[in-house]
Ligand binder design. Structure first.
Ligand code: BGC
Length: 250
């Protein structure tokens, strides 16, 4: 199937048409900066611009940086409080006319990495995306457990992990890669202690630069860099639409 995948992040919104069987983009990516403030009206406007760019009339699968439970968004801390308790799927259908599904952004990226990125080792695979925030996606024997908000666990006696170790913090606090890598290591150690995963997958933009901080990571759990990098969120979001609608559309 060909589906328009859109990855909505705190700083950028990226879309492309995806071949969901191959897990590949079949067009170039089109990127637009996330509007500020990232209200429903503004973000939906950019979704429409991406649809128009591809002159797309088919289905749409999107990744969104908050809890998305049965189409309803909650706690979009890096976008706007106006998203709280909104049925984004109904809203986007009304505004754009396109059939769509929305899934948490890290869950979307994880779905692509598990299916096409070679990380499906079985057991508990924890994918973490480091960007504006920290996203987390859990897979148990290849099956997604959605909305695991482990970017917000408390570490070091009460610090929100995302405010301590997101990639954004490295830039904001002007940390060296080593200083930031130590923070990521503290975070992974905490997760390892409470989850005993089989594998950590490190995603987000930093997955292209793991050589800069991997030496700082000293957990027992194997750690792999995400392989699909910036395309994972787009591909996984499109696959989600296919998964949800496969019986209807088959
Ligand atoms: C949100 C998550 C999201 C992550 C990455 C966090 O602040 O709570 O839902 O996956 O940022 O965008």
């Amino acid at each position: 199937m060909e589906i328009l995948g859109i990855d909505i992040g705190g700083s950028g919104m990226k879309g492309a048409i995806v071949n969901t069987e191959k897990g590949e983009l079949i067009t170039e990516r089109h990127k637009i900066e996330t509007p500020q403030p990232a209200t429903p009206k503004a973000v939906t406007g950019v979704i429409q611009q991406i649809i128009d760019h591809f002159n797309w009339k088919g289905p749409l699968g999107a990744g969104f940086p908050s809890i998305v439970k049965e189409g309803v968004t909650r706690l979009a801390v890096n976008l706007s409080p106006e998203w709280d308790d909104m049925n984004i799927e109904t809203h986007v259908k009304e505004k754009t006319g396109l059939d769509n599904t929305f899934l948490n952004d890290a869950d979307s990226a994880g779905l692509a990495e598990i299916r096409f990125g070679g990380h499906d080792t079985g057991g508990l695979v924890v994918m973490l995306t480091f960007g504006t925030g920290i996203g987390s996606a859990f897979f148990y024997n290849g099956v997604l457990i959605p909305n695991m908000e482990f970017g917000h666990v408390e570490i070091l006696g009460g610090k929100n992990a995302e405010k301590y170790a997101a990639a954004r913090i490295r830039k904001e606090k002007d940390l060296s890669w080593e200083e930031w890598g130590d923070r990521v290591n503290q975070y992974l150690k905490h997760l390892e202690r409470i989850l005993s995963p089989s594998l950590f997958v490190i995603g987000g933009g930093v997955s292209r630069k793991t050589e800069k901080f991997m030496d700082c990571i000293k957990v027992r759990t194997p750690v792999q860099a995400a392989t699909m990098q910036n395309n994972a969120g787009i591909i996984g979001a499109a696959c989600r639409f296919k998964d949800v609608h496969s019986q209807v559309l088959a």
